[in-house]
Design a protein around this ligand. Structure first.
Ligand code: NAD
Ligand code: IPM
Ligand code: MN
Length: 379
């Protein structure tokens, strides 16, 4: 067995620590049961609480410290709640979320993978029975675009104020993103037991999202790159949707999508919608990765935020975080086969837990869900 791998647990704010507590308990049991060559360190930064005490969300060398880990699991950052408490410590989102964007950008975790698969027992908000077939992977650009952070406010607070927010799209980032989307589509088709059918007898599809009718500069860069790379993947069906129409079709016929590739902001918005197609924010995991640099620690996190409206009430569903932990373990599985077995076990447990709800048992609370899964694991 090689050297132990180290995971950084970053609970963050609001419901973040509540769902991370569950993930930590499950991780401990998996480490014991599978004798995993894994250890972890739980950090009290980045967080509002750390900011309150130290005047910053994390130490100046925070990213450098985290770079030394093999993977990171983040709960959530943002308003800690409870919303009814007007005296709570509140920071602007641009301050509290800066560490998340810094980690993505400074570690060059340029691909954000957000799988959206409806699992039996999950709430089904669409009446059409085909909504149970939803199984897509949204790949979001994670390093530039609308999140480039360039711009400013001129004459702030005056009637003459001008705000600019510059979007930056580079050929390099576009190329690697779209190529990754085609590779993942091909890989998913190869792993599927029952093939899916797309146009011309193909078993995989990539749908490109743009707003090229109104934003032609980056829209055309994406389109040209997409068409060029598609030629290298004749086995993968291709498709394009304008982002507004994509929102409609995510609701009308989401079962038609396979891999969806989108810019940073479009991917952000579409993945909250995709989360609801699969049962809601408590069931949507994500991974921030650099597929070219597997030695960089990938960052796993639920799609949801700090949920200040329910923080501290034992109402947060911890399963999006557990699904993110399963993705983290899968990502480290090449180091040791037992890590892959633990990931599969965790997937199976989450599915079994959801299946209970198909039998009419309602969501039973953050801690109770954690306790039940831990009992099953310890059995
Ligand atoms: P949110 O995702 O925190 O909450 C949206 C809605 O979903 C709320 O009604 C909330 O109660 C519900 N919800 C979220 N997670 C849930 C869970 N696990 N179980 C049950 N219900 C859940 O989004 P918001 O309210 O727009 O943002 C709150 C804060 O979180 C903001 O500061 C925002 O910037 C931040 N945020 C952080 C992240 C992150 O850390 N990755 C992601 C999104 C938003
Ligand atoms: C997400 C979040 C973040 C994003 C925010 C909190 C900056 O919404 O991870 O989906 O927009 O990327
Ligand atoms: Mn989001």
């Amino acid at each position: 067995m090689g050297q132990a791998l180290n995971i950084a647990l970053l609970p963050g704010d609001g419901i973040g620590p509540e769902v991370t507590d569950v993930a930590e308990a499950v991780l401990n049991l998996l480490i014991q049961r599978y004798q995993l060559p894994l250890g972890y360190t739980r950090f009290d930064w980045p967080s509002h609480a750390w900011h309150q005490a130290h005047g910053e969300m994390m130490p100046g060398d925070g990213v450098a410290q985290l770079r030394e880990f093999d993977a990171m699991l983040l709960g959530a950052l943002g308003d800690p709640g409870p919303l009814e408490d007007p005296s709570r410590f509140v920071l602007s989102d641009s301050v509290s979320l800066a560490p998340l964007l810094a980690l993505r950008k400074q570690l060059d975790l340029w691909a954000c993978e957000r799988p959206a698969r409806w699992l039996p027992g999950a709430p089904q908000y669409l009446a059409d029975p085909r909504a149970r077939e939803v199984d897509m992977l949204v790949i979001r650009e994670n390093s530039e675009g609308e999140y480039s952070g360039q711009g400013g406010r001129l004459a702030p607070g005056t009637a003459q104020e001008v705000a600019t927010q510059v979007e930056v799209f580079t050929a390099r980032a576009t190329e690697r993103l779209i190529r990754h989307a085609f590779q993942r589509a091909r890989q998913r088709a190869a792993q599927r037991e029952t093939p899916r059918q797309f146009k011309n007898g193909k078993h995989a599809q990539v749908c490109l999202i743009t707003k090229r009718n109104a934003q032609p500069f980056w829209g055309d860069l994406y389109t040209d790159t997409f068409q060029r790379i598609a030629n290298e993947f004749p086995d993968v069906d291709t498709h394009h949707e304008l982002v507004d129409a994509a929102c409609m079709k995510f609701v009308q016929c989401p079962w038609r999508f396979d891999v969806v590739v989108a810019s940073n902001l479009h991917g952000d918005i579409l993945t909250d919608l995709a989360a609801v197609l699969c049962g809601g924010p408590g069931l949507a995991p994500s991974a921030n990765l650099n597929p070219d640099e597997p030695t960089l620690p990938a960052l796993f996190e639920p799609v949801h935020g700090s949920a200040p409206d329910i923080a501290g009430q034992n109402l947060a569903d911890p399963r999006a975080t557990l699904m993110s932990l399963a993705m983290l373990l899968e990502n480290l599985a090449h180091h040791h086969p037992a890590i892959g077995s633990a990931a599969q076990h965790l997937h199976d447990l989450i599915q079994a837990d959801l299946a209970r709800e198909a039998n009419g048992d309602p969501f039973s609370g953050t801690r109770e869900t954690g306790q039940r899964l831990c009992q099953w694991l310890a059995a």
